[in-house]
Design a protein around this ligand. Structure first.
Ligand code: 3PG
Length: 306
């Protein structure tokens, strides 16, 4: 019988857990939940009997894969799979998938929520500003970017986007203005919302060259990955652009310094919260379980990323 290990250091909502169980029960798969574990050693110790893994931001390293000799498939219940060593998985004949789009609305709502929080001075009682009429630049127009655009239009924002991998006409049909270069996007907008993945090309790519182009008092919102930011350059921009603001769902390495030096101009969630809604957990968790069943029973490899 196929054994599925749902390894989530940051657990799914209770309702998602019961719905994932129901899907796996119906298929006759065995499963166990391994939640809130303490570090990689515990994770490595838990995978030895697993045929399939469902994970979130949990790190699937060479060591995890080596400790799971029966492993056939890993499904990242979510979008970004930078936490999975794809080369190690491929070398061990392990299929890796993600569940694109399933948690995107939750991340987009958080991005706009953080913008409101900043525009209203962290709800400290002082007069703030409105999002209406402000220019929002969406850096990468994938599933989350598209939801952000849609919600932002509801706020009355002017929405721009830059994404060299998406056809201009596909972005324009959403009523979004396409910028031909990333520099143009950054220099034109009051808010920039980041939705690029973390990979070798994007690592630290949000650097001084780009950030220094942002308007006076502009706000950068990061619900993507901390690795894409050059954190030293970020400090320099905070110093030079005296009303620049940075909001992130992934606390930077220099969080304490930023919070101390630039109080009121930055905000970091205590833990990555973008996809932490019941709806997103249910959508992504069920999709992951169904993808495992379809692969084991029928060899279906839709959403394979390696
Ligand atoms: C994703 O890539 O899907 C999001 O960053 C959500 O990550 P999480 O499942 O760890 O909350």
């Amino acid at each position: 019988m196929t054994k599925v290990l749902i390894a989530t250091e940051k657990p799914f909502a209770a309702q998602a857990v019961s719905e994932i169980k129901a899907v796996l029960d119906t298929a006759g798969f065995e499963y166990s939940f391994f939640e809130k574990y303490n570090g990689q050693d515990e994770f490595i110790g838990a995978v030895k009997d697993a045929d399939a893994l469902i994970i979130r931001s949990d790190k699937v390293t060479t060591e995890v894969i080596a400790a799971a000799p029966q492993l056939k498939i890993v499904v990242r219940a979510g979008a970004g799979y930078d936490n999975v060593d794809l080369n190690a998985a491929t070398a061990a004949n392990v299929i890796v998938m993600n569940t694109p789009g399933q948690n995107s609305n939750a991340v987009a709502e958080l991005a706009l929520g953080m913008m409101v929080y900043q525009a209203r001075n962290h709800f400290n009682g002082a007069s703030g500003t409105e999002l209406k009429g402000k220019k929002l630049g969406i850096h990468a127009y994938g599933n989350v970017g598209r939801y952000v655009a849609n919600i932002a239009k509801g706020f009355g924002m002017e929405v721009y986007a830059y994404d060299p991998f998406v056809r201009k006409e596909d972005i324009e049909k959403d009523g979004v203005i396409v910028k031909d270069s990333v520099e143009e996007l950054y220099s034109n907008c009051d808010y920039i919302s980041l939705h690029i993945p973390a990979n070798e090309q994007t690592k630290e790519s949000i650097n001084y060259g780009l950030l220094s182009k942002m308007k006076k008092g502009a706000t950068l919102v990061n619900t993507a990955r901390k690795e894409v930011i050059n954190e030293n350059d970020l400090v320099r921009v905070f110093e030079e652009n005296e009303s620049f603001k940075y909001l992130s769902d992934i606390a930077p390495g220099n969080k304490d310094l930023l919070e101390e030096k630039f109080t009121g101009r930055c905000f970091f969630t205590p833990k990555k919260m973008g996809a932490q809604t019941a709806e997103a957990n249910i959508n992504a968790g069920i999709a992951a379980a169904k993808q495992i069943i379809a692969f084991i029973n029928d060899g279906n490899t839709t959403f394979k990323v390696n």
